[in-house]
Design a protein around this ligand. Structure first.
Ligand SMILES: *[C@@H]1O[C@H](CO)[C@@H](O)[C@H](O)[C@H]1NC(C)=O
Ligand SMILES: *[C@@H]1O[C@H](CO)[C@@H](O)[C@H](O)[C@H]1NC(C)=O
Ligand SMILES: *[C@@H]1O[C@H](CO)[C@@H](O)[C@H](O)[C@H]1NC(C)=O
Ligand SMILES: *[C@@H]1O[C@H](CO)[C@@H](O)[C@H](O)[C@H]1NC(C)=O
Length: 317
């Protein structure tokens, strides 16, 4: 007896008949008696406030009404709804009340999506006659659409060879944003001089070159929407042009100062009065002529340099 069993098991395992036999039985029953669920989309991107259809259909040899159960995977699975056919069993959890519908084919419709609805949903469909329950997982994302992004920078002009010029991409609303920078409509990638922050939200030019004089815009994408900023022009000035500006500016400054000093003599009466008062008042009293002086300087500055190129510079103080 013992010998016989030993021989049999040795023969079976050697020939590999046993696993094949088991497999055949499983497949056979599966084909005949399982509920088979299929879905056209396994990943659904929902928009907050809108609805999402977790669409499935099933086949079964039985014409009985199926028991349908939808769960969402959390730390512990949470039952969203259970139904017999389209008839919901029991009360829905408060967060799902008035938002849930089950269709004939087993599909789940969730209305007025909330960010917390995001997750992996599992549907189980069972029919009394069938041995095996059909199962399927569908992933749902819920997002807030991206509002129009904009590029912010410290200044729209920059001097060649400046270090660390940063451009920032921001937008008011939108979940799961991903950022892309465009220079003259062409995507930028990380390189040794143009550095993108880890999330690509901030573009830093580490050493500004004339070739950086261009238009920049940023794209923001999420699973349901995308936004594109207005292109921003960055003007790069040659360093050599700064010396010209400074030297011409310097000459005008000098000429004006000399003129002003030559023409303007405060009256002795004023001066004496001022000396008696405190130092802060002294400054106050003299601010008026100084301001006028400043205006004069600015006028000359402006009228001489009409190309609009130098007006970008801060007014001399
Ligand atoms: C379920 O249906 C799909 C598509 O019709 C088919 O490819 C698959 O083999 C079926 N599965 C079972 C277990 O019947
Ligand atoms: C299931 O039924 C719903 C409602 O009739 C339909 O919109 C959906 O496309 C169906 N799903 C499949 C996979 O056929
Ligand atoms: C951002 O969302 C808030 C609240 O939903 C809304 O009031 C605001 O208009 C949105 N901003 C933009 C730029 O769409
Ligand atoms: C770009 O490179 C810098 C440093 O080389 C790195 O810190 C940063 O994460 C990179 N950005 C991206 C988007 O890979």
């Amino acid at each position: 007896m013992k010998r016989e069993r030993e021989v049999l098991s040795r023969v079976l395992s050697a020939s590999g008949i046993m696993p094949i036999a088991c497999l055949l039985i499983i497949c056979y029953t599966d084909l005949l008696e399982a509920v088979n669920i299929t879905s056209p989309v396994l990943l659904i991107h929902g928009t907050i406030g809108k609805s999402a259809l977790l669409s499935v259909k099933y086949t079964s040899t039985s014409s009985d009404k199926p028991v349908i159960k939808w769960q969402v995977k959390r730390d512990k699975p949470v039952t969203v709804v259970q139904s017999i056919g389209t008839g919901i069993i029991g009360n829905l959890r408060p967060e799902y009340r008035d938002r849930i519908k089950i269709f004939e084919n087993g599909s789940l419709l969730i209305d007025e999506l909330q960010l917390s609805d995001e997750g992996t949903y599992e549907v189980e469909i069972s029919i009394t006659d069938d041995t095996f329950t059909g199962e399927m997982n569908i992933n749902l994302t819920v997002d807030v659409p991206i509002s129009k992004p904009h590029v912010s920078l410290a200044s729209s002009t920059v001097l060649e060879l400046s270090e660390y010029f940063t451009l920032n991409c921001s937008h008011e609303n939108g979940t799961k944003p991903t950022y892309t920078w465009l220079k003259d409509s062409k995507p930028l990638s990380n390189d040794s001089r143009l550095i993108l922050s880890h999330d690509q939200k901030v573009l830093t030019i580490t050493r500004v070159l004339m070739s950086d004089d261009d238009t920049y815009s940023c794209l923001v994408d999420n699973p349901i929407s995308h936004g594109r900023s207005v292109p921003i022009k960055l003007t790069v000035y040659r360093r050599s042009s700064l010396y010209i500006i400074l030297s011409t500016g310097g000459i005008f400054l000098l000429v004006t100062l000399v003129t002003v000093c030559a023409c303007w003599k405060p009256s002795k009466k004023n001066k004496r009065k001022a000396e008696k008062q405190s130092s802060s008042e002294y400054i106050d009293q003299n601010e008026e002529p100084l301001k006028q002086e400043g205006k004069q300087l600015l006028l000359i500055y402006d009228s001489e340099l009409e190309d609009g190129f130098l007006r970008e510079l801060p007014a001399p103080t």
